[in-house]
Design a protein around this ligand. Structure first.
Ligand code: TRP
Length: 336
């Protein structure tokens, strides 16, 4: 039996990882993975990414980028189980079994599905399901399989994933009730939205808003992006308010206590926005540099990444295989 608390989380492999992902998810998860009381499972949800993306090149490169991000930002693959979803075929098998006892009505109530239907309605489509794939519809079942396969206790996710965790618990309870107790009922751990940094336009940084600062961009581009952030029209010499200021929010995520204090004073003393941005650029650049260098190293040594994921997949399959065996036995799929 497992003695440590099991923490599991997945990252859909789509889009370029940005500094919001870094401070909101990547670094906290790496920090959590160092605890001796927990066992961390971290995976690339590459099959999930297919619901939004049908370009093989992009699927492949996104998967690489996300995997390389975790390693270059300090994840120690020896301390966690780090794998690609697609390398653990047991997850797919489990998803089918779970789907066979999940009410369609449950999935009809999924926020993502309902939003897609509402969108069709708004556009005046006669078919409410226009353009909606079974992948989108079944997404919560695959996610439940990701989680239940490893009997996770705790699942750190963003607020938008809360319903998926509720559905996972629902599905697990239904299975346990009907076939006997096999699955752990997982809890969600919702990340603190207040800690999420603003994007270039002041809204939450998100690839869907196109307002991101990539983690691995070079100094020059980083500088260009930061300079695009809108500020108010206070002149140099006029005191400025740190609270509520987007630049200051970003600084707080990246600066040391001393740097934050110094900047607070500079605001009060009326440093100009241009100068404030220069300081911010330097602080972020210094913080990102080691990650960037490690990323470059991995880009040149793809083999290392591949081996690491293969080893992770082996560890993951060793956990998944006996669980799936029990599931198959429980539902009556077994040898004669
Ligand atoms: N749906 C999650 C997201 O978009 C990604 C994900 C897939 C996941 N499977 C998971 C997260 C299992 C936690 C556990 O963020």
């Amino acid at each position: 039996m497992k003695d440590k608390k099991r923490i599991l989380t997945g990252v859909t492999t789509s889009g370029t990882p940005h500094i919001g992902n870094l401070v909101g998810a990547v670094l906290p998860a790496i920090e959590a993975s160092k605890s001796k009381d927990t066992d961390s499972f971290l995976f690339l949800a590459d099959y999930h990414s297919l619901i939004k993306n049908h370009e093989p090149e992009l699927t492949h490169s996104s998967s690489f980028e996300v995997a390389a991000t975790w390693l270059s930002c300090g994840l120690d693959p020896k301390k966690v189980t780090f794998y690609r979803q697609s390398d653990v075929p047991q997850i797919m098998e489990l998803a089918w079994v779970l789907g066979c006892l999940t009410a369609k009505g449950l999935l009809n109530r999924s926020h993502a599905y309902k939003a897609a239907v509402a969108n069709n309605d708004q556009e005046g489509s006669a078919d409410p399901d226009r353009g909606i794939t079974m992948g989108l519809f079944n997404y919560p079942i695959l996610m439940a399989a990701d989680i239940l396969m490893f009997n996770a206790d705790l699942v750190p996710v963003g607020n938008d994933q809360k319903q998926h965790l509720e559905m996972t618990r629902d599905i697990a309870n239904r299975f346990n009730h009907h076939y006997g107790k096999i699955f752990t009922i997982p809890e969600d751990q919702i990340s603190d939205e207040a800690g999420i940094i603003p994007g270039l336009d002041g809204r939450k940084m998100s690839k869907s808003y196109g307002n991101i600062i990539p983690i691995f961009t070079d100094t020059n581009n980083l500088s260009k992006l930061i300079k695009r952030i809108k500020t108010n029209s206070l002149e140099p010499g006029q005191p400025k308010q740190p609270s509520g200021c987007n630049l200051f929010k970003i600084l707080k995520a990246f600066g040391s206590a001393q740097e934050i204090e110094d900047m607070r004073r500079s605001y009060e003393e009326g440093l100009g926005w241009g100068k404030i941005k220069e300081v911010l650029i330097e602080i972020i650049d210094n913080r990102l540099r080691p990650f960037r260098e490690e990323y470059q190293r991995i880009v040149l040594d793809r083999h290392y990444l591949e081996i690491t994921l293969k080893e992770g997949a082996e560890k993951a399959r060793a956990v998944a295989a006996p669980v799936l065996r029990r599931v198959r036995g429980a539902v009556g799929i077994k040898g004669f």
